[in-house]
Design a protein around this ligand. Structure first.
Ligand code: ARG
Length: 588
């Protein structure tokens, strides 16, 4: 379906044309003075210079041409030359009916859908997820869902950190603690055990212990580097042990991401491209892209137009070891081969900005990607505590993501129990659903690149610009619909009617923005636009709800129209929360 502002602008443009002016002057926007009018057009102001005429004269002539408009109920020229407009209720009805009849509420699908790979989550094997992993997970998940809804083919990849020094550290510490494990016996010929020699709890304790030791003890660090090297060069026992680390850790990561309703299409990682590295290195050398600098293999990526220093992209360290860059570049090579995406989007902390600039330049220069493949880095800001510094536990440590989720659930449960009578089990199920909404909305309603303060009290509030407020609105609509059916009404047969009052019309106008909003959220990869929209929509609904008799309406045709409007509002809100990555309960 065409966007409502485009239809209004076409009508306005036609009036400009009929009055003898350029049709392109007729661009209509939503009014920034809703107290005066619904839409406005400032074309006469712009046209004044071009036509050497007072803007108000132009505006008057255009307004006259719109006197019988089917689309504008009112178009008034006001000094110094604005056109203040109101939309016709019949036309708005037609538009909203059209929306309701379409599967995606009037959002047009692209003729040539793009294939987009989204690299998000950022989890590292053997390390528990902490609060720093919250943002890339929920922003990435939402961008994936928004783009998918808007018609792109999206592939989400967690791109695990599963191949570097942390693996060597875990292996070194295990060897110290359990030297008799068969994995360390070089002469061992048999099959390795199926059961991992540690639990997730042990694994999570082992990594930080090993990491701390390596910082103090150079010898320990050297053996961890050696273990990493042995693992990467294929020593059998080390590989077998690594498989166990992977299995135990990935199962736990999946559980954690599940809790957040974050799901990946691919669980690939740095290790998956290990075999591609020699080929990539040879290619970069043979084609003269890479050269040796101070013993390391590098690709120069600086450009004449740079205003700051962009260091060369290192491909191999002087000891021949691969780095984070190396696996990322090899992953680009693999993604191009296996999936041929039109776009690859990376979502991580914005502090990796320079790193990705180097990697992208290197990928382009070495032609791992062609001109027509977009590589995009979406850096997000930090989640801060009330002190404005990166969020910490009360004792000042790094908070685990599961604990943050648990605390939010507890607070949500407390608020739910405070306000209503509900069986304990239901209350806790509802609290879990609403808590995820509180966390996600609290995050996504901020522009991703900005920092924000994690304020559990505000995020879990049922009032204001919060997830629980949005869900509360959806649940309110659902409960009216249930009551309507209980009174013998049929929700399925509800038929839209022209708006009977201001608040009803305002709600319809808000609904009519859906396709415009969703398209721009997808183009700009901007979940905060969806949040801003549903906040306005929920406000418009609640205003309408307070002004309107719905269940008590005696005129059945009118009532049926109100119900149809409720249905559409519910569906649009639910669609939006779904692309944000959460859902509404039936009751709350
Ligand atoms: N595991 C990385 C980290 O902890 C994030 C991975 C982001 N994706 C990528 N392709 N580099 O920083």
């Amino acid at each position: 379906m065409k966007k409502i502002l485009d239809l209004l602008s076409e009508e306005m443009g036609q009036a400009f044309k009929e009055a003898g002016y350029d049709a392109s002057l007729g661009r209509v926007t939503v009014s920034n003075r809703p107290d005066l009018c619904e839409y406005q057009c400032n074309g006469a102001m712009a046209g004044a210079k071009q036509y050497h005429k007072a803007p108000v004269m132009i505006a008057n002539e255009v307004a006259q041409k719109l006197a019988d408009s089917r689309i504008f109920k009112e178009a008034a020229a006001v000094a110094p030359g604005f056109l203040n407009c109101k939309i016709s209720e019949d036309f708005l009805l037609e538009y909203v009916k059209g929306m309701a009849a379409e599967e995606k509420y009037g959002l047009e699908m692209p003729k040539h859908p793009k294939k987009i790979m989204i690299d998000y989550g950022g989890a590292n094997v053997a390390k528990p997820l902490h609060v720093g992993h919250l943002r890339p997970a929920i922003i990435g998940e939402s961008i994936k869902r928004i783009c998918r809804y808007a018609g792109s083919e999206c592939i989400g990849d967690v791109h695990l950190g599963d191949w570097g020094m942390p693996m060597g550290l875990v292996i070194t510490e295990l060897k110290l603690r359990k030297p008799d494990l068969v994995y360390f016996d070089e002469n061992y010929q048999g099959e390795y055990p199926q059961e991992p020699p540690f639990t997730i709890t042990e694994l999570e304790e082992i990594y930080p212990a090993a990491s701390a030791k390596s910082k103090e003890d150079p010898e320990y660090k050297a053996s961890a580097m050696d273990a990493t090297f042995k693992l990467q060069s294929g020593v059998k026992g080390y590989r077998a042990l690594w498989r166990h680390i992977m299995d135990v850790s990935v199962a736990d990561l999946k559980k954690n991401y599940d809790n957040l309703d974050v799901e990946f299409d691919l669980w690939k990682g740095e290790s998956d491209v290990h075999e591609l590295i020699p080929e990539m290195v040879a290619y970069m050398k043979d084609n003269g892209y890479a050269h040796i600098s101070e013993g390391a293999l590098v690709v120069d990526v600086k450009e004449d137009t740079d205003t700051k220093e962009i260091p060369p992209c290192m491909i191999l360290k002087s000891d021949g070891a691969a780095l984070y860059n190396t696996t990322d570049l090899a992953t680009i090579m693999e993604r191009m081969r296996l999936y041929k995406p039109d776009e690859i989007i990376y979502i991580t902390d914005k502090r990796q900005d320079l790193y990705f600039e180097q990697v992208f330049r290197c990928a382009r220069k070495t032609k791992l990607v062609g001109e027509d493949t977009v590589l995009k880095f979406l850096g997000h800001g930090t989640m801060n505590g009330s002190d404005g510094k990166p969020f910490k536990t009360r004792s000042g440590g790094v908070m685990r993501l599961e604990n943050l989720i648990r605390e939010t659930r507890e607070e949500m449960l407390r608020k739910i129990k405070e306000g209503r009578q509900m069986p304990d089990e239901e209350a806790s199920q509802v609290a879990d659903i609403v808590a995820i909404a509180a966390l996600k909305y609290g995050d996504l309603s901020n522009q991703a690149s900005k920092d924000y303060v994690f304020d559990i009290d505000r995020f879990t509030s049922f009032e204001g610009d919060t997830g629980p407020y949005i869900l509360y609105t959806i649940v309110r609509i659902k409960s009216i619909l249930v009551k309507y059916e209980e009174q013998g009404g049929s929700v399925e047969n509800a038929v839209h009617q022209a708006a009977g009052g201001e608040s009803e019309k305002a709600l319809m106008m808000e609904l009519s923005k859906f396709n415009t909003m969703m398209q721009s959220a997808a183009e700009e990869k901007a979940p905060h636009k969806v949040c801003a929209y549903i906040y306005d929509l929920a406000n418009a609904f609640n205003h309408f709800y307070h002004e309107t008799k719905i269940l008590g309406e005696e005129n059945k045709t009118k009532q049926s129209g109100l119900i149809a409007l409720l249905l559409l509002t519910r569906d649009v809100l639910e669609t939006c929360v779904d692309v944000l990555g959460f859902s509404a309960p039936e009751r709350m």
